[in-house]
Each structure stands twice: as structure tokens, then as C-alpha cells.
Write a protein that binds this ligand. Sequence first.
Ligand SMILES: [Zn+2]
Length: 153
Amino acid sequence: MSRIPICFVVLSCAACILLVGCSSPDLATQKEISDLKTRVALLEKDMAEIKAQSAEADSAEQTKICQINMQTIANEMQAYKVRTRAATYPAIADISKEIGPGKILEDLDKAPECPESPNNIYSVQPTSDGGFRVICTDPKHGKWDDGQLYPSR
Ligand SMILES: [Zn+2]
């Protein structure tokens, strides 16, 4: 017998076993299928957990970057007050309108952008004690208030 017919016989047998196995799985095969299904379910559960953890990490990272932006804005506000000798801090509804030469935040070339969404804007609110706070549209990102960053507002 040459190699090719042997291969053919082996493949045919394998195909028969597969066909028989598929048409009427015996108990051992059914158990294997059931075990595999259990393993797939466990893997899916692991994946869901990993995704949730990763989303949580992303969210924490975004809050951190957003707070660094608030700190940058606060530094520029203080620079503005020193530069202009203004008596009080001005209110700014959207700091992206106060970037560049002649504006309040003139040292910034570009408005800091919240990493969570370009639709989030930063604003500055003077406080009654003569200070100010910097906030992002997203309250979950906290605030900068009179020299300190807060995780929530
Ligand atoms: Zn933000």
C-alpha cells in the first residue's frame, strides 16, 4: 500500500467517527461538551471582570489627568492676578475662550481638554473669601478649590 491510500483510509475513518459523533454524541462526548461550556462560561465571567477593572482604571486615570488640568488652570489664574494686580479673580464660564495673548490665561497656547470628553468644559468661579475654584463639567472629576484638589464636588 502506498502512503496516499493509507492517508485516505485514516481520513475516511476520522470523518466517519466525526459524523457518527456529531449525529449522536455518546455520554462521554456530552460530558466533554458540557465541561467545555462551563469553561467558556467561566472565561466569559473572567473577561467581564477584567473589562470592568480596566474601565475603572481608565476612569481613575482620566480623573487624574482632569485634575492636573485644573491645577494648570489654577496656576494660570494666580499668574493673571499677579500680572494684572487685579483685586479679585474673574469668573470664566469657559476657559477655552480665555487662551492666548491678551486673554486671562495668556500663557497657555491651548486650552486643557478633559480626557473623558471634549464636550466637558472648565470654568472658574470666584469664591466669597476672595479665592476661586476651578471645575470641570463632570462633577465626578472633582474640583480645585483655594489651593487644593478635591476628588468630588
Ligand atoms: Zn474632567
